[in-house]
Design a protein around this ligand. Sequence first.
Ligand code: GTP
Ligand code: MG
Ligand code: ZN
Length: 297
Amino acid sequence: MSELPVLRGTLMRGIGSFYTVRTAEGELYTVRAKKKFRHQKMTPMVGDEVLFLPGSGEEDGWLEEILPRRSECIRPPVANVSLLMLVVAPEPEPDLLLVDRLILSANRQQMKVCLVVTKSDLGPSLYPAICEQYRESGIPVLQASSVTGSGLDEVRQMMRGETCCLAGQSGVGKSTLLNALFDLHQETGSISEKIRRGKNTTRKAELFVQGDVRILDTAGFSLLEIDEIMDPVEMRLYYPEFQEYEGTCRFEPCLHDREPGCSVSAAVSRGELNEERVKRYRLLLSEIREKWRGRYD
Ligand SMILES: Nc1nc2c(ncn2[C@@H]2O[C@H](COP(=O)(O)OP(=O)(O)OP(=O)(O)O)[C@@H](O)[C@H]2O)c(=O)[nH]1
Ligand SMILES: [Mg+2]
Ligand SMILES: [Zn+2]
């Protein structure tokens, strides 16, 4: 019997212990994960770069190795994302604390982030409000409508050469946006139906390849905790807008919480930093402090 070569590919989707892997040439294979992954507590994730043995004939192949990840999201569970696209819309009402959690997590992993305000056909007021919130953050904010098609070119431009993950609350229109951008046929559902059924329309993460763009559609979430344990002192490093004030507070290290003589607080009162974004930073900071204190429990 001849030895089959080990191939390299990207994990596109998983159902149970079966995974679909795509080679650079675009060939699809079904493989199974070996028990060793479970022992190593390594769960294969959509987006993983893997080595695998293709099956022969009727037999499925085997996943041999998961190559080192550039980034890893817990919820949604996806690997190697280079651009996190946070989708918000006039409805459901944006949860910017959730948005900031995801930005924090992305910045911590050196992922790029952008914000897409979709359903712009429902009204023009959300886009300037979001721009205002993230003015100093360095995060690009785009506007689009999957119904009228406006802004889609700019979104496509942003995605070029990236492995993009669309994330955001259930019902913001992530799958609809993907369908409009790339002529895909992802299942979508009305918000009332999502509420009635109590679930997301998209249930599993799945990777799509379109030219030089790789896209992950994931299920929306309404609730997300920071799973990561992070030293609270570290957190300010993931807020690029704090950069120019670092080292100028009265006490060092300053967490820019409520310390006297904090230059971030001063910048907020001068209107140089968005007050609400800083408020949400402080909310997340208190959560992270709590987790940090309980880290040995
Ligand atoms: N008016 C308008 N409605 C939109 C737009 N995009 C999406 N919708 C509607 O918003 C609802 C939710 O869209 P989905 O694409 O299923 O939302 P999702 O973010 O993928 O939701 P989950 O998969 O549950 O996370 C559907 O009824 C869509 O028709 C848009 O640009 N304009
Ligand atoms: Mg969806
Ligand atoms: Zn400070």
